[in-house]
Design a protein around this ligand. Structure first.
Ligand code: NAP
Length: 520
């Protein structure tokens, strides 16, 4: 049977009672895992260490979601060596067989999708729809990259020439170090890892210390589809304790990283330094932070749609998306009305425990809560006026109100730095040209959006708004695999365009073989 065309996994309709019941059951069932302790997995062996890493529920920080290992430096380095040993075998497995592992895994994940989503509800504070979206994206990545590998595995077109037979084929690179963040702890982790595996690389996967439990479920899924031991090696532990040694290891061929600019820059710098007996330039695929802007023009198709789009993009998953709208630049002629409407919409957002499916849950940890609160204080100090929220909730857990700050100036701290929380800066602009100038005034370039009914303005933004993912008359979050390949410019990273046709090339190298035709 042929492979069907790729199509996106549909989101669950939670207005359907049957789906709500199924999700509630998953929320109940997943709790059985919380008391378990999970090992490192190195070459298929379960390995324990003396030091433990615990994952906590950000809504209820006393609740442990699972116990994991803090890998020692020796264990981390051992994982690289095992992955290297396995590479000579795995690289020769056909693209079709490798793709089959992804197709099987996607099928199983689809069947049990609510269990994966429920784990994210507890571990990283996603409400039902956000968790469901994360799982759907993970399924999409596996389905998409499996098909992509079949395409790259076929005969590649080269110009024909008389007297020679020429062949271009894509080979894997070697051992990849995969380092995902906690905010899309399943989708991004599964995307970067399965892109590595399907292209014939072996992997050392170091998940975020804030989300090892959902990473563990992915590793078990790979065991279930019988991915050969050693292809995926799972090493939990702090980035600050084992990150550098992993990045620097001479057998690491590439690093696939998604996370903050600070850590991305460090990895890039360390990876650039050639190590004794290293015989390649390490490749760094780094997707980093954003300071994403939505422009609201004075001419609009639908004022309320622009307000709703801004609210969703700013406060969906508590603003903890690299693509989240953290500043909205509004034309002065509609500024006051827009600010009032934003505050009114924000006041209807329910904040609470994510398993009860509010609009917003907690932020990821206490450090993050404090950092966000500091940014809010700084904004007020610099002249911003808080028109909604501004406080943390007086209850256990890391909760911050949806916060809107108006009269932020283009060069204020909260206009330029990534906050990564539920804080929206509103900036007044004189005209569309100035709005574009403001939108381009940070070191980042990830996503952006323009709401305008003026065709000339849309054309101008199309040319001049310098971001990797630009959206017109819709919000700047919610990229779909295959539909909106994703990645940013400047300090937002290497513009890898995850979920796009170019992505797998980052994990491979092309070999050309030319044979002279000799007639006897
Ligand atoms: P982070 O603090 O940079 O951590 C990301 C990963 O790097 C984690 O697994 C972390 O492990 C690890 N790490 C930390 N120090 C390291 C080191 N010295 N060497 C190697 N690895 C190290 O980022 P985060 O807080 O998890 O994620 C939020 C950030 O990711 C935001 O800036 C967001 O914009 C960005 N992001 C970007 C995209 C995109 O596509 N551009 C997508 C999602 C998120 P530990 O947890 O153990 O420290």
């Amino acid at each position: 049977m042929g492979i069907s065309k790729f199509c996106n996994e549909p989101f669950t309709d939670f207005t359907d009672k049957k789906n709500r019941k199924a999700f509630e059951k998953a929320l109940e069932d997943i709790q059985k895992r919380f008391t378990n302790e999970y090992p490192l997995v190195i070459n298929g062996e379960k390995v324990y260490s003396d030091n433990k890493l615990r994952s906590y529920n950000p809504s209820n920080p006393e609740q442990i979601i699972g116990t994991f290992q803090k890998a020692s430096v020796e264990q981390a380095l051992g994982a690289v060596e095992k992955a290297h040993a396995k590479f000579s075998e795995w690289k020769n497995v056909s693209p079709k067989k490798r793709a089959d592992f992804l197709f099987k895994a996607a099928k199983i994940m689809r069947k049990r999708k609510h269990l994966f989503s429920a784990m994210m509800t507890y571990e990283v504070g996603k409400n039902w729809a956000e968790a469901d979206g994360d799982t759907a994206e993970a399924i999409d990545f596996m389905e998409f990259y499996a098909r992509e590998m079949l395409r790259y595995g076929k005969e590649q077109p080269v110009t024909k020439i008389h007297g020679e037979k020429n062949k271009l084929e894509y080979l894997p690179l070697g051992v990849g170090l995969v380092i995902p963040p906690w905010n899309f702890p399943l989708a991004i982790l599964a995307g970067m890892t399965t892109a590595s595996i399907v292209t014939g690389n072996t992997v050392v996967l170091k998940p975020s210390s804030d989300s090892p439990a959902i990473a563990q479920m992915f590793v078990e899924l790979m065991e279930e589809v019988k991915l050969p031991a050693g292809v995926l090696n799972f090493v939990t532990g702090g980035g600050s304790s084992i990150g550098d040694v992993l990045v620097q290891h001479h057998l690491i061929r590439y690093i696939s990283f998604t996370g903050s600019m600070e850590v991305g820059l460090r990895i890039n710098e360390l990876a650039a330094k050639n190590q004794p007996s290293q015989i390649w330039l390490k490749r760094v695929i780094a997707e980093m932070g954003g300071k994403d802007t939505m422009i609201i023009d004075k001419e609009l198709y639908d004022f309320d749609d622009a307000v709703n789009g801004t609210i969703q993009a700013a406060f969906g998953y508590q603003g903890q998306k690299c693509s989240a709208c953290s500043r909205v630049v509004v034309d002065e002629s509609i500024y006051d009305k827009f600010c009032e409407s934003l505050a009114l919409r924000a006041s209807a957002l329910r904040v609470g425990d994510p398993w009860l499916n509010p609009n917003m849950g907690p932020v990821i940890n206490n450090g993050s809560k404090e950092k966000i609160s500091d940014y809010i204080a700084k904004a007020a100090e610099e002249g911003g006026k808080i028109i909604h929220g501004g406080n943390s909730l007086s209850r256990p857990g890391h909760f911050i109100e949806p916060t809107i700050i108006k009269d932020v100036k283009p060069d204020d701290t909260i206009s330029l730095e990534e906050i990564f929380g539920p804080v929206l800066a509103v900036i007044k602009s004189k005209n569309f040209n100035q709005s574009l100038e403001i939108a381009n005034n940070t070191m980042y370039g990830l996503t952006g959006a323009v709401y305008s009914s003026n065709k000339k303005h849309i054309e101008k933004a199309d040319k001049e708004f310098f971001v990797g993912n630009l959206y017109m008359n819709r919000k700047c979050t919610g990229a779909l695999v295959g539909v909106h390949p994703f990645g940013g410019f400047n300090m937002s990273g290497t513009d890898s365009k995850a979920g796009g046709r170019d992505y797998l090339l980052l994990f491979m190298q092309a070999k050309l073989t030319s044979k002279k035709i000799i007639k006897k």
